[in-house]
Write a protein that binds this ligand. Structure first.
Ligand code: GLP
Length: 263
């Protein structure tokens, strides 16, 4: 796992956006997995800027979002569908037909989950998956105890997640208790993974998933099994890491190699 530490939220967001933009330029028909939550908002702002100011082209990009609350229609302002359109898709030249976000209000959610997995397969798999991390260490909505082999399915939300996410709702009772989420197995099949985290509140859980044992109690620790996972943190989120000096040395060595080779 490569760990990149940036000074603050803005620089974390810029770095993440540059990594994504690099992949879009390398492969214009990139299959891009996307995340919601407050963390990626800055990254999406940077991507919008790169599109508007430098012509970053999303016209051939296909996207798959990680998750959606059960019971919310895509028009509900708290839905992840609504979030994605207002924070990113409405501001870039994405082709609407290439956007995939699970629907939380379908008649048969199980069938929808199978369909979603099939769509990912038909698209050739995810090239780059962006992730945030929940306070309990979850990725997407894979709560503690999720199977490391899990696929897209319905998941009951943990009380900590309900409390954490209640800030987006008027009252905690309004937070849906279930969600459709890509599984850990689904996420681990992405070619590359990029996880971003910021703030002191995420420091403990970041130290656990990066430097602690692999455990289904902290589902983000599954990234230790991935061949190409990059984590971009701000200083606050990185503040409990024990091997910070090493991560920074790797970064410095990479810069030297990049300068020498021009890559
Ligand atoms: C939700 C989402 C996750 C996200 C997490 C963290 O639970 N399902 O994908 O990573 O929130 O959110 P925030 O970035 O607001 O801390």
């Amino acid at each position: 796992m490569e760990v990149i530490i940036e000074s603050d939220y803005n620089n974390m967001s810029k770095r993440a956006a540059l990594i994504i933009a690099g992949e879009v330029k390398r492969k214009p028909d990139l299959v891009l997995g996307l995340a919601t939550g407050s963390t990626p908002v800055g990254t999406y702002k940077e991507l919008i800027k790169l599109h508007k100011e430098e012509g970053l082209d999303f016209s051939k990009v296909t996207t798959f979002n990680l998750d959606e609350y059960i019971g919310l229609s895509p028009l509900n302002e708290q839905s992840y569908n609504y979030f994605m359109w207002s924070n990113l898709f409405n501001h870039i030249n994405i082709n609407r037909a290439n956007v995939h976000i699970p629907l939380g209000n379908v008649d048969d959610p199980d069938e929808h989950c199978s369909w979603y997995e099939e769509r990912i397969r038909q698209a050739g798999g995810i090239d780059l998956q962006l992730l945030g991390i929940g306070g309990d260490g979850h990725i997407a909505f894979n709560e503690p105890g999720s199977s490391m082999a899990s696929r897209t399915r319905i998941k009951a939300l943990d009380q900590q997640t309900i409390t954490d996410n209640s800030r987006f709702f008027e009252r905690e009772e309004e937070v849906p208790r279930f969600a459709i989420t890509m599984g850990i197995g689904t996420i681990l099949e992405a070619e590359k993974i990029l996880l971003i985290a910021n703030g002191k509140k995420k420091a403990d859980v970041c130290a656990k998933f990066i430097e602690g044992p692999i455990t289904s109690q902290i589902t983000s620790s599954a990234l230790q099994l991935h061949k190409h996972a990059v984590v971009v943190l701000d200083e606050d989120a990185a503040s409990k890491l024990e091997r910070k000096v090493y991560y920074n040395r790797v970064r410095d060595q990479k810069l030297i190699i990049e300068k020498k080779t021009g890559r």
